[in-house]
Design a protein. Structure first.
Length: 283
């Protein structure tokens, strides 16, 4: 009888509990807070991974890449951006380590904020004050006379026109090209020798040819290492390339190539090749 009575009580309790919701003490606020905290935590983890230092992902602070760029307006390339941002020094150049030499080439020798996955075309635009969105290209007053190209307002030869980007993975492969219609500032700079062109042109126009700086990219890039002036004293050994001027004194050994001018004094040994000019005195 005892067991039967207990079983009946359990059955009655189970019957009463049907359809009732189980509630945490204090209502639903606490579990809702837990869910929000978890979601925020997951979001922060994802953001931290995306924003983490790029480590050894190219380009690194040890790289010096050259990327051809151009701005194409309606039917022709616009003049290159002017100024190297070193004289006078520009804060964004110091911040990113990116600039040009009036030559249509981006010299990408980055600081940490422009390495790895952070290496994006928009950083170069920031250095020169060029504003770019998905529908508007605006130059500052000191570049292209402050020209503005905007979809819906600027027409090329009375035709509806649009903003596009063309990206070549390699300057010497003209057929390896892709076209973008948005997110231009986030174009990844992920290799040396790329070409990036921002074009505002009629909607029915074909892609422009490679800019002139792409055709001459190896020579223009090499020019960035030319023109150095080195003074060496007291037994030093110096090697100078590509148009450098070197003055060496007191027993130094100097090797100069490619059009260099070398002046050596005081028992020096000098070897010069490739159209160099050498003046040697005393012994």
């Amino acid at each position: 009888m005892g067991k039967s009575s207990s079983a009946k009580k359990v059955a009655r309790l189970a019957q009463k509990g049907k359809g009732k919701k189980v509630r945490f003490q204090g209502g639903t606020v606490f579990p809702a807070v837990i869910v929000v905290v978890l979601l925020v935590g997951l979001g922060l983890v994802a953001y931290a991974r995306q924003s983490a230092p790029s480590g050894n992902e190219a380009p690194t602070t040890n790289d010096h890449w050259h990327v051809s760029y151009g701005f194409y307006g309606c039917d022709k390339y616009l003049p290159n951006l002017i100024g190297n941002k070193e004289e006078p020094i520009d804060p964004n150049y110091v911040k990113y380590g990116i600039h040009s030499h009036d030559d249509g080439v981006i010299h990408w020798h980055p600081q940490a904020l422009a390495t790895g996955s952070r290496a994006k075309f928009g950083l170069f635009l920031d250095v020169y004050g060029v504003k770019l969105s998905d529908s508007k290209l605006e130059f500052p007053a000191d570049q292209q006379t402050g020209m503005v190209y905007e979809e819906g307002k600027t027409k090329c030869y009375k035709k509806d026109s649009e903003l596009r980007a063309y990206v070549w993975n390699q300057y010497d492969k003209p057929n390896d090209r892709k076209m973008l219609i948005a997110d231009f500032k986030n174009i990844r700079i992920d290799r040396d020798g790329m070409v990036v062109v921002i074009a505002y042109m009629p909607k029915d126009a074909d892609a422009p040819a490679l800019p002139e700086s792409a055709v001459n990219l190896p020579e223009l890039g090499a020019a960035d290492t030319a023109g150095a002036t080195t003074t060496t004293v007291a037994g030093a050994t110096t090697t100078t390339v590509a148009g450098a001027t070197t003055t060496t004194v007191a027993g130094a050994t100097t090797t100069t190539v490619a059009g260099a001018t070398t002046t050596t004094v005081e028992t020096a040994t000098t070897t010069s090749v490739a159209a160099s000019s050498t003046t040697t005195t005393k012994g």
